[in-house]
Each structure stands twice: as C-alpha cells, then as structure tokens.
Write a protein that binds this ligand. Sequence first.
Ligand code: 5GP
Ligand code: ZN
Length: 108
Amino acid sequence: MECIFCQIVSGKLPTDIVYQDEEVIAFHDIKPQAPVHLIIIPRRHISSLVHLSQADLSLVGHMVGIANQLAKREGVAESGYRLVINCGEESGQLVPHLHLHLIGGRRL
Ligand code: 5GP
Ligand code: ZN
C-alpha cells in the first residue's frame, strides 16, 4: 500500500493542509503532542534523512524555513518551539516518509 504521507500528498487521504507549495506540504498531526503540532513533508517520497541525497539538502533547508514561518503564524515564534526529524527505528520514526515536526504552545 502507498505510504500514508504520499496518500496525503495525492489527496487520497483528506487532511487539513495548512500550507503547500511546489515542494512541500504541511498539516496538523493527527495525534498532537502539544497545542501546536504540525508536520512538514516533501511532496516527493524520501524514506528518511539517511536516504537524503546531497542534492536534496536544500529541501530540508526549505522545510525549516516553512516551519519558521508557520511558527510565526501559529503564535509560537516568541514563546518557543521544537523542530524534530526522527530517522530510523530507534529514533521513533513511525512513518517512512521524511517529515519535520513543529511542536510548541506549551513548555516541552
Ligand atoms: P514519527 O514518529 O514517524 O516521527 O511521526 C509520525 C507522526 O505522524 C506522528 O506524530 C503521528 O501522529 C502522525 N501521523 C501518523 N499518521 C497520520 C495521519 O494519517 N494523519 C496525520 N495528520 N498525522 C499522522
Ligand atoms: Zn511517502
């Protein structure tokens, strides 16, 4: 079966998308760990950081830039927020499609 985040990208899995452009989309985490918990993903399927090519490093920079913008929009830019990318089983990565967590709105 197609990866769950690819299904969100293709619109097969209806999701509350808060930002999108040609390269990335962002949406609310289905099981938020804090008042603000967004997920930013590349549209293209990349399994994890360890599968990221040198040429794709700028994509992660773009994801961080969007996360910073979304942190402002969500009102946590000043209070503080955490950006997390899990990579591999022992990190707790459950969805095998590269994603950046933006978490904030409470003391972590
Ligand atoms: P990971 O543990 O892989 O770093 O994080 C995956 C995140 O994706 C989890 O926080 C989980 O709640 C979220 N998630 C898993 N499936 C879905 C889904 O179908 N929709 C949304 N919006 N989030 C999901
Ligand atoms: Zn995928």
